[in-house]
Write a protein that binds this ligand. Sequence first.
Ligand code: DGT
Ligand code: CA
Ligand code: CA
Ligand code: ZN
Length: 577
Amino acid sequence: MENGKISAQITKLADLLEFQGANSFKIRAYRRGARVVKDSTDSFATMVTSDPSQLLEVDGIGKGVAEKITQLVQDGEIAEINEILETVPSTVLDILRIPGLGPKKAAALYQQLGIQTLEQLQAACEAGEVRKLKGFAAKTETSILEGMAIAAAANERIYWADADELAHSLREHFQHCPGIEQLEFAGSYRRGRETVGDLDILVDSKNAEAVMEHFAGYPDLEQTIVRGETKMSIRVGNSFQVDLRVVKAEAFGAALQYFTGSKDHNVELRGRAKQLGMKINEYGIFQIDGDTETYLAGASEDEVYQTLKLPCFPPELREARTEFELAASNALPDLIQVEQIQGDLHMHTTATDGKSSIEEMADAAKQRGLKYIAITDHSQRVSVANGLDAQRVLEQWKEIDAINAARRDDFLILKGIECDILEDGPMDLPDNVLEQADWVIASVHFGQRQSREQITDRITGALENPHVNIIAHPTGRLINRREAYDVDMEAVFQATRENGKMLELNANPARLDLHDVHCAMARERGIPIVISSDAHKIPGLDVLKYGVKQARRGSLTAAHVANTLSWPELQKLFTGK
Ligand code: DGT
Ligand code: CA
Ligand code: CA
Ligand code: ZN
């Protein structure tokens, strides 16, 4: 068990005790102990396993805390927490975390107004109920509501696409700062994680003060969290945190490597350095000789990795998953790039819930360098989107034939449909219609809460339909908003492969469905992925790059992504069956 987890459990116990109005000395002792555990570099779990009495020798750990830690490590839980939670709902812990609302006030809200959840608290504040309590005022209500908004925003990881927009804006801001030699973004943003917790900027400059002063002048700055000599953290706009570090030129590559992470990747690197008699940190890579350390490299990331006899891994692969094995056998993949995408096979038009016409979508896609698109409007079941019935889709396809014939270029518009898989299994349009399409996407939009067996059967059933080419957004998740449906992905992979079909990586930044690990699984199983925009208007076509990022994290190369092929080549992947 990690120190972080032990510390969090002790803090939780302190919070709950304070909420109950327990003895304040005891609470303070727990809080102090939690802090000591968190900041310690020794493993408390190891101490407990070898000899629990060692705990008492640690400064700041009293008898009470030592007992709780021992129990936690040995039993996996603290009994007293469970006892308290029999009388106090665990949701009050969320309330305790709101800035300006200590356990005493939270207890009053619970005892006098029965408030147990954030939703109830918000409603009570909005209804002016809270100000009626002793010790509360109208101002308290306002500050609670503000605190709730900040707590919610600070907890939320933002979509990679939104982090990307912020990164561009920050880069632009720093263009006007003199004395910057190099500037790079590190962290999860650089690794292309689907959500980003905070942005990390590294600057190479001799004048840290000037860089930080310029940072302080960022127009959307909301709050400066800390400002040191070379390090500064701020919150922008909706409370999102941005960390800045100014480093020297000879350490820039080492810092970029270190702060790009991931943490687990860095742990592996440190082990490797140690084996080679070296040491690596954010300042450089050093030869260790007895007591002397000699700087070997650090100016560029390339030379840092080279010194360890490793390739400069693409940031998207630095998750300590398989990258070290792949490097050892010289098999690092040549990851897909957005320029390799030739066609976009999922988009909507004004015929259903899109905002642009067929020709407008085609022109915009052509302008973006694509060679073909499929128009895939919704089928009739999606009535809120004015989904197409058999007659309307057949008319649309006639129109597409006419447009293709009239266009004097080699850009191709394919006749497609995003056809719902109905709740009880069958496709929303009959086979004699689907068979006339160039491209049939099957989607689950309704009945998403069905049992694992039902959902899985619907999807595998669709894959058995000879006219279906692909399953759209196969798990249905919406990042930060909706869980995936309960679906047996192994069964979906198997049915996809047996029927010679494909799976979509929907590039919408809120979907990114399939996610990175599923992409890697599809790759292992020989299943082609199609990266699609699912655009509903022209700017929607630009999300393909987010899908490509996710695909790269899943180790996909152009060879694994079917729409890097021309349309005739892509079709050949199906005719083998
Ligand atoms: P995030 O911000 O939660 O989306 O994820 P990251 O990966 O950007 O994490 P962050 O911002 O806390 O730190 C940036 C990088 O710095 C992280 O990926 C690895 C490195 N790093 C930070 N703290 C540690 C640490 O305690 N040990 C090691 N080895 N690396 C660390
Ligand atoms: Ca970060
Ligand atoms: Ca950070
Ligand atoms: Zn769609």
